[in-house]
Design a protein around this ligand. Structure first.
Ligand code: AMP
Ligand code: GLY
Length: 425
């Protein structure tokens, strides 16, 4: 089969790497891809939002299956374009990707179908939002309705901060039209767990759990980022938690989407908070997480192409997912200093060859490119995801932090405590 993967980050690198192991795959393309992805796929310079060019390319190369990694094209309807052209594609259509594309939609769905989540109200008027805040309990959480690169969520400790937040989102439009509507919700406390799942419209099969570190600095300080590292599985995702989520969250979400005439096929990422009152949904994403894919896919034992195909054909009930559950995986993101605000690009990366031939160690590229002279240089805020397996979480963490020493680039920045808090409980 010929496969096309759409996206350019560490997540797409992990998907391409996993797809390259499939016995069904003869050739992989990635658009636009990055320097690391080019080791397993031919990268083509087509932007993820250039739907017509993407469809033409898939037709010309007779691509058998396209896999969409990123949220923007999914929410924008790339799957519908491929399907209209008679091409096979893995991912939700536009009417289902709204599960991620609109937080107000997701919250209203959960309310209607009694799926546990934080109490909330939605607002399209800044005036009404400000009036509501006067009586809201603090801290309070403000969320821009639309996609905002994971930055449209503000946790406000004081009333004046919350008022400023409403102004930033709704009046100053810091995230553009994403702030036309906002969700104001109850602040939840507990452990956060990410659970990725495959969905075929009816059946849901969950992957091994993961735990993300979203804040930029050690000790969960600093700004929220796309994710500075993570690990899998989460020791807090117990059998009891799983049984609850299967019954009250996963299947009810898939059934709700179907009942709304928006059957979901693809990956649903359940962002959960394990509160004292039980697990609650913080958010849904309509795709693999980044870097969650980097820690979950290395331990997936199935042929991923067979799983994608089963989702598309509505045969996921025939598939049992298998994970190497005796082991753990840790991914440490090497970022450019200054991320997520401002950072420089273009620094040469040294030492990537040290990962060659080393089982249990991976370097997934998030933001890299070739500089024209064959050198690989930094090309983003998140640059590399240095990932390692181990017999235990502790061993995986030690391995990952050993492996970060193998590479270096100017302006390098990382957190030193990925997976650490877990040992301390
Ligand atoms: P989201 O994009 O909705 O996942 O929000 C980004 C991050 O904000 C989450 O990973 C949480 O750490 C935090 N967050 C979101 N909603 C809440 C909430 N209701 N209570 C506490 N923290 C939250
Ligand atoms: N790591 C969080 C996300 O992919 O949204």
């Amino acid at each position: 089969m010929k496969i096309l993967i759409v996206g350019s980050g560490g997540r797409e690198h992990a998907i391409a790497w996993k797809a390259a192991q499939s016995k069904h795959v003869e050739k992989i393309y990635c658009a636009p891809g990055n320097a690391g992805i080019s080791e397993v796929a031919e990268c083509v310079p087509i932007g993820a939002m250039e739907f017509d060019r993407m469809v033409s390319f898939a037709k010309e190369k007779e691509i058998d299956l396209t896999v969409i990694g990123m949220d923007d094209p999914l929410v924008g309807g790339i799957v519908d374009k491929f399907e209209e052209a008679g091409l096979r594609v893995f991912g939700p259509g536009k009417n289902a990707a709204i599960l991620e594309g609109s937080k107000a939609f997701a919250k209203n769905l959960m309310k209607k179908y009694h799926i546990p989540t934080a109490a909330y109200e939605t607002f399209t008027s800044a005036e009404e939002a400000l009036a509501y805040l006067e009586t809201a309990r603090l801290p309070v959480v403000l969320k821009a309705d639309g996609l905002a690169l994971g930055k449209g969520v503000l946790i406000c400790e004081t009333l004046s901060e919350a008022k400023k937040g409403v102004k930033t989102l709704m009046l100053d439009k810091k995230f553009g039209s994403a702030g036309n509507e906002i969700v104001i919700e109850e602040f939840l406390t507990g452990r956060e767990v990410s659970v990725l799942s495959f969905v075929d419209g009816n059946t849901v099969r969950i992957m091994s759990s993961a735990q993300d570190h979203k804040r930029a600095k050690d000790g969960d300080q600093g700004l929220n980022t796309g994710g500075m590292g993570n690990f899998s599985p989460s020791p807090f995702y117990t059998e009891e938690v799983d049984a609850f989520c299967q019954k009250y969250i996963y299947q009810p979400t898939v059934d709700a989407m179907k009942a709304e005439g928006r059957p979901f096929k693809g990956v649903i990422f359940f962002g959960l908070m394990l509160t004292e009152d039980g697990p609650k949904v913080l958010e849904y994403n309509a795709r693999f997480g980044d870097p969650e894919a980097q820690v979950v896919l290395p331990r997936l034992e199935n042929d991923i192409i067979e799983v994608f195909e089963a989702c598309i054909d509505g045969r996921l009930d025939e598939i049992e997912l298998k994970f190497d559950n005796g082991r753990a995986t840790v991914c440490v993101i090497l970022a450019s200093d200054g991320y997520p605000v401002e950072y420089k690009k273009g620094f040469p990366i040294k030492g990537l060859e040290n990962f060659k031939g080393k089982e249990d160690y991976y370097v997934f590229h998030s933001g890299t490119k070739f500089d024209g002279n064959g050198r690989i240089v930094t090309n983003g805020g998140r640059v590399l995801g240095v990932t390692a397996n181990g017999a235990t979480l502790k061993e995986a963490r030690e391995n990952a932090y050993k492996a970060v020493e193998w590479v270096n680039f100017e302006n390098q920045y990382m957190r030193h405590d990925i997976g650490k808090s877990v040992d301390e409980v």
